[in-house]
Design a protein around this ligand. Structure first.
Ligand code: PMP
Length: 358
């Protein structure tokens, strides 16, 4: 993808390498543990809300401001509506953040091992990227970002490690970079990390980015949002309304509103995922795996007897999809999404069988 270029393609994209999303196979049914989706369906209220009547209104454009959804989200997170930005998945939010606050004179810094989309957006918008090495064991040291003097994007918990940093560390980074925007990508925060939302009242350079794709079981609905100061949110909206004001579709708006009325359901699912995570880590440890401590709905794990690539391939042959990166720092590991207990048992049984096969 992306290597073939027509003679009409703008030269500014000549060296752009597109992001490669995790596989979404359409041919056979896998135990799908490769793209950090929720194993649970959306709540019953969501399923009821997206009904014939709503589908019957697809001839009409959606509310470009998503006013009702925005007000529900504001209430949910105890902020004002002017502090909420909505977009088509948090990927879209991240894209607008790069577009709005970074350029060739305003670089962006992020960990050298993190969400693979950050460097892609940087190249897309011609933004110099400072990739800050993580420490041993994928540990993020806050001091590496203090007074960095550029915009910063941090996933917390980080991907693919699953490691989280405390809010105090985020605060140090915000305090020492007052003239730059700090984006905290909290796509996975609901599975056990502490959100830095409470810093929003004190730092107007903070943007907290979140998604309905993971804890709210709506990856297919594509809804992401950011919370931040009124000024930052206005900047983001200016770009959204200069790109595609209707990027959040009617059915997603209806579904998301219903999802916000089902908080208990999602909280329970997050607790189940955290339990299944401990269960899986413990069972894998008995099979000789070492796992990075995770606060997310996935784990990054390695086995001394098998390379990440071999494990990925053998699991795929056995109908279990996990994620693997053929890169020096990552190739010993696989990233496994935490699914239902049943899915985890299939994974564990297949791993055991692969190890016994030798
Ligand atoms: N941030 C991180 C750290 C992610 O892993 C992902 C999911 N791949 C996203 C953002 C984007 O998620 P979405 O666009 O589905 O909201």
């Amino acid at each position: 993808k992306g290597n073939l270029m027509s003679r009409y393609m703008s030269a500014r994209f000549a060296s752009l390498e597109a992001y490669v999303p995790g596989e979404q196979p359409q041919d056979k049914k896998y135990v799908k543990l490769n793209t950090n989706e929720s194993p649970f369906p959306p709540s019953p209220q969501v399923i009821a809300a997206v009904n014939r009547e709503q589908v019957g209104r697809l001839n009409l454009y959606p509310d470009p401001e998503c006013r009702r959804l925005c007000s529900k989200l504001a209430a949910c997170y105890q902020v004002k509506e002017e502090n909420v930005f909505l977009a088509n998945g948090s990927d879209d939010v991240l894209n607008f953040e790069c577009m709005a606050f970074c350029d060739s004179a305003r670089p962006v810094g992020f960990p050298d091992i993190s969400y693979g989309f950050y460097p892609v957006y940087a190249r897309l918008h011609n933004i110099p990227a400072r990739e800050i090495p993580l420490r041993e064991g994928f540990v993020l040291a806050a001091e590496d970002y203090c007074g960095l003097g550029c915009n910063i994007v941090l996933a917390n918990p980080n991907a693919p490690s699953g490691r989280a940093i405390p809010v105090e560390d985020v605060e140090k980074i915000l305090r020492t970079n007052p003239d730059h925007v700090v984006v905290v990508d909290e796509a996975y925060v609901d599975f056990g990390a502490e959100s830095c939302r409470r810093l929003l009242d004190h730092y107007d350079n903070l943007l907290v980015c979140m998604t309905f794709s993971k804890s709210r079981s709506m990856a297919g609905g594509r809804l992401g949002f950011a919370l931040g100061s009124r000024e930052l949110i206005e900047d983001l909206n200016k770009l959204k309304f200069s790109t595609n004001p209707y990027s959040i579709n009617r059915l997603t708006i209806v579904a998301a509103e219903a999802a916000l009325d089902s908080q208990d359901y999602y909280l329970q699912n997050c607790r189940t995922i955290a339990e299944n995570r401990s269960y899986t880590v413990e069972k894998l440890a008995r099979l000789g795996f070492t796992t990075i401590p995770s606060q997310a709905n996935f784990i990054f794990t390695r086995c001394s007897k098998l390379s990440g690539g071999t494990l990925y391939q053998k699991l795929k042959e056995r109908g279990v999809l996990v994620r693997y990166w053929n890169k020096p720092a990552l190739k010993d590991y696989v990233r496994v999404t935490i699914g239902s207990k049943e899915q985890m048992d299939v994974l564990l049984n297949q791993v055991q069988a692969i190890l016994e096969e030798g």
